[in-house]
Each structure stands twice: as C-alpha cells, then as structure tokens.
Write a protein that binds this ligand. Structure first.
Ligand SMILES: *Cc1c(COP(=O)(O)O)cnc(C)c1O
Length: 365
C-alpha cells in the first residue's frame, strides 16, 4: 500500500533539519515496536503515566516525570499546575477569579513564535504574561523588578528562536526564582541535553518528543515531584484536550531510553556520510560546495552550496521544493546566496536524488 499514492501526497526529502511542517523526525523500528505494543494492549492509564514517569525520571535523575502530548501541552499543564497548586476546584475552574496569583514572568525576548506564540500557551494555562526586560535585553534585575505577590512562576525559553544577546543565563534565572521562592520553568523543547538543566536545579524542564529525542509527536516534563504532580492533575481539566494515547506514551518512553543510551548521530559519522554527497554535488556545474559545522557549535555538519550560475539560491530552493519529489533544503541563508543540506534525516538514496534534481535544475537554467 503506497500511502503517498492513496492520498495524493508528495514524497518529501527533508534536508532542512527538524521541521514541524514536515513532521519533525522519523522514528526507529524500536520505537515503532513500543508504539505497537502500546496500541494493541490495555493498561490502567493513570498507572501507565505514573510508572513510565517514574522510569523516565530515574534515567535522568529527576524527582519525577510526566509524558505529555507535546512540549506545548507541557508548558500549558505545568503553568496551570503552578497556578492551581493542587486545588481540585482550580482543575475544574481553571480560569476562576478566586485565584489571582497568575502572573508568569517571561523575558520579553523569549515571547517567540515557535509555531504558536509562547503567550498563547500561557493563556491556555490561565497565566497572565508579565514581560521582563526589553526586546533586546533582559537581566536578573529586570526579572526581579517584576516579581510581586501575584507571581506564580518564571518561564525561560531555551531556543535558537529567542533573542540571545544580553540575555540572562539559565543559572541566573534559577537563582532569582529560588531567592523569591518561585519555580523556574524551562522550555527546552528542541534541546539535546536531557540532564544538564535538571543539574542546574531548574524546577521543571520541558522537551518535545519528536525533536532531538526523535520520538513520536509527544512531549515530556521532568522536574520536582510537586510540580509534576500538579501538572498531572490537569488531565482532569484543561489537559483533557491534550490527552496522549498509550501508543505514544510507550513510544516516547522507548525513544528517550534509546536516545540516552545512543545519543544522536555522531559528528564524525555525519561527516563520513557527507563525503560522497559533497563530491557528487561538486560535480554539478555552477555550484561551489563545502562542509560546514552548525553555527551554534552543535555536532552537526552540513553541505553548504553556493550557486554561481544564473539561478539564485532562492530560485533553486523553490524549484527543489516544487519538483515531483519535494526536496526541502535548509534555507536560513538563501538571502546570502547560500543553500544548506542537513542530512540528519536523509539517507544515501535520497542524497543521490538531491544531486540529480540539482543537476536537472541547473541544466535548465
Ligand atoms: C518546538 C518548540 C515548542 C513546541 O513543541 P511541540 O512539541 O511541537 O509542542 C515549544 N518551544 C520551543 C522553543 C520549540 O522549539
């Protein structure tokens, strides 16, 4: 059965990276097997969440953990939890006026749109966003001056999407929060290190399941027992609209265990896979090619292609996307005339297809 044909869909080669618009990542056979086990068996569902949480918490040395259906759900349920503080009344009346302590402080440069604005998830939680600092800077003092009796938590977004310049560090944010007896909640959705921020003593750390972890569409929150318990309670309230199925609870749990054991592809292995691709690309006329490392210093190597013929980088990317097979290159630098190919989710056959499609496009110049 060819799903692409059945539903009239295009084959996609994802040489862009972890892209939500393309379905983020592919999961391994091991994870699919766990999903299958989950899908084809029954469980006491509340126990399934508690026990997989315990298992995961142990792997990263956290007090507790909870599998959720996305990092976004993790943000909403965690914030709702710190606002409700274990109140059953609040679970059923999440936006009640009886509770006024709803301020969540966020560095202004962290209110980014990662597919939806961070502020939308805060609103879902019933939190009132209190921006700290300015568009281009936020210091510990900027956070501190926004703290009042109504402050429920401080939220920090660790991401390349946010303003990086003149931004307080995570340890600084934790220090300010703890000095005022407030939890520091960290959205680390796309980050690769599942341990580091807990070691820094962040109270809750939130990850997306399908990004670095390469699990199914899901999320996970790690952190202090109390906050995880409060977040779990939201399953009977706003969390009901974010329910995760048993197949993905087990799929993500398997994916995290695998990820912690094996990590992602090593930089050296990626470089080795790039070699034949790069030399084939260099054989295409009007292309300058070299291997470059990720600008943020991660162990990711990409093929950087600079077209020197009539077609601009942008025009070539458009044609790549609009062919019979939709090829998505990394387009962050097309305005500088540069196309990048990220091969983390690209196999050898697909690399060959990229080269022949590029040849076709360039020859048609
Ligand atoms: C991707 C991302 C999210 C959302 O993750 P989902 O699992 O898709 O909800 C949240 N925050 C940041 C910084 C992200 O990059």
């Amino acid at each position: 059965m060819d799903l692409y044909e059945k539903y009239n869909l295009k084959h996609v080669i994802n040489a862009d990276g972890k892209m939500t618009i393309l379905g983020v990542s592919k999961v391994s056979d091991e994870v699919v097997e766990a999903q299958k086990q989950g899908a084809q068996n029954f469980f006491e569902m509340s126990d399934l969440l508690i026990q997989t949480g315990k298992y995961l918490a142990k792997l990263v040395d956290s007090e507790d953990a909870l599998v959720v259906n996305s990092a976004s759900a993790g943000i909403a349920e965690t914030l709702a939890g710190v606002i409700g503080q274990g109140s059953r009344y609040h679970v059923y009346h999440p936006y009640t006026e009886r509770i006024t302590k709803r301020d969540v402080i966020l560095p202004m440069g962290h209110d980014v749109d990662y597919g939806t604005p961070v502020e939308v998830m805060m609103n879902v939680a019933g939190a009132r966003m209190v921006p700290a600092g300015y568009a281009n800077m936020c210091t510990p003092e900027h956070i501190e001056m926004q703290i009042t009796e109504q402050t429920a938590a401080i939220l920090y977004i660790k991401s390349h999407h946010t303003v990086q310049k003149s931004m307080l560090t995570i340890p600084e944010a934790i220090e300010v929060a703890h000095r005022h007896n407030l939890p520091l909640i960290l959205d680390a959705a796309a980050e690769e290190d599942l341990v580091k921020y807990l070691e820094m003593d962040a109270d809750v750390v939130i990850y997306s399941g399908a990004k670095a972890i390469e699990g199914p569409a899901s999320g996970v929150i790690f952190g202090k027992e109390k906050y995880i318990r409060w977040a779990r309670m939201q399953g009977a309230g706003i969390g009901r609209a974010m329910k995760i199925g048993k197949e993905n609870i087990l799929g993500l749990t398997a994916a995290i265990a695998k990820y912690l054991k094996e990590g992602s592809e090593a930089g050296s292995a990626m470089k080795q896979r790039l070699e034949p691709f790069v030399s084939n690309l260099a054989g295409v006329p009007n292309l300058k090619v070299r291997v470059v490392q990720d600008a943020a210093g991660r162990q990711i190597f990409r093929a950087e292609v600079t077209p020197t013929g009539k077609l601009s980088a942008k025009e070539i990317c458009n044609q790549l996307r609009n062919g019979d097979i939709a090829i998505y290159a990394r387009e962050y630098r097309v305005n500088e005339g540069i196309i990048e190919f990220d091969i983390r989710a690209v196999n050898d056959v697909e690399m060959y297809q990229i080269v022949s499609r590029l040849k076709e496009i360039i020859e048609g110049e």
